[in-house]
Design a protein around this ligand. Structure first.
Ligand SMILES: NC(=O)c1ccc[n+]([C@@H]2O[C@H](COP(=O)([O-])OP(=O)(O)OC[C@H]3O[C@@H](n4cnc5c(N)ncnc54)[C@H](O)[C@@H]3O)[C@@H](O)[C@H]2O)c1
Length: 262
């Protein structure tokens, strides 16, 4: 058997939302750790720098290469600075993962206008702004891979109308950006996680709700940030060189089911 080379050897990645909003491993932390294990140099971007520092400490303990950058990616200047920092530190940019996202459990009747605007800003505009500055630098380097973290809520009704709308927009953005930049060898894909158990949702769930989420899928097992992270490794690597404009569902099969009727 030939020796396995790290799947992201020599690549430079920006992970936006590289910390976790609570104790434990979220999608951003897992993705960052796996990228570093697979040989990438990773710029860990977060508006809460102490969260990015936690991820950095874990990567450094394992001997990986990473650095932190504080940015609020709802701001264009911060996005521009983040891309510049990656190029200044590591010389190129190959991979961008857009992970930041917030959840609002509202209908259109009860959502406040301010909450709606804020959610669209954090879940959709951040993808636009970070990609806007990353894509030209990727093109200069011969191409790249952008991975947007969507949700199964982007393709199925859920009791979170603003969130569902924002994730459907992320799916649309993904397809459209992929079409705009395919000939520049910039691939753009999304990951739609199902009910993964991460710090983002841990504080919202009772034990019964957590158990219901687990048992609702085809596999009947609980997903974690690592499941999302491995999907990101695939989409970031050359293994997916012919994959663009797609939404990769990582959900233990739940979007393939209807509620049990018989
Ligand atoms: N957990 C689930 O069940 C689930 C399911 C589907 C999709 N998702 C998606 O996964 C993503 C969240 O992943 P996570 O588990 O790592 O979340 P998380 O909340 O643990 O971490 C997100 C990080 O982003 C940072 N952040 C927030 N706003 C920012 C901004 N404006 N600029 C820079 N950084 C900012 C936070 O400080 C935090 O460290 C979201 O897009 C969410 O919609 C989660």
């Amino acid at each position: 058997m030939p020796e396995r080379r790290p799947r992201l050897e020599g690549k430079v990645a920006i992970v936006v939302g590289a910390g976790s909003s609570g104790p434990g491993i979220g999608n951003g932390k897992a993705t960052s750790l796996l990228f570093a294990r697979e040989g990438a140099s990773v710029l860990l971007v977060d508006s809460a720098i102490e969260r990015a520092n936690e991820t950095l400490a874990m990567i450094e303990e394992e001997g990986g290469t990473a650095g932190v950058f504080e940015a609020d990616v709802t701001r264009a200047d911060d996005c521009q600075g983040m891309v510049k920092a990656a190029i200044d530190r590591y010389g190129r940019l190959d991979i961008l993962v857009n992970i930041v996202g917030i959840l609002e459990l509202h209908s259109v009747v009860d959502v406040e206008e301010e909450a709606w605007d804020r959610l669209m800003e954090v879940n959709v505009k951040t993808v636009v702004l970070s990609s806007k500055f990353a894509i030209p630098r990727m093109i200069e380097g011969g191409g790249g891979s952008i991975i947007n973290i969507s949700s199964i809520a982007g393709v199925r009704a859920y009791n979170a109308t603003p969130y569902t709308t924002s994730k459907a927009a992320v799916n649309g953005l993904t397809m459209s950006m992929a079409n705009d930049h395919g000939r520049d060898n910039v691939r753009v894909n999304a990951i739609a996680p199902g009910a993964v158990y991460t710090p983002m949702v841990a504080g919202l769930l009772s034990d019964e709700q957590r158990e219901k989420r687990r048992e609702s899928s085809m596999l009947g097992t609980e997903g974690t940030g690592w499941d999302v992270g491995w999907a990101a490794v695939y989409l970031a690597s050359e293994e997916s060189r012919w994959v663009t404009g797609t939404v990769l569902t990582v959900d233990a099969g739940i979007t393939g089911m209807v509620p049990r009727l018989l």
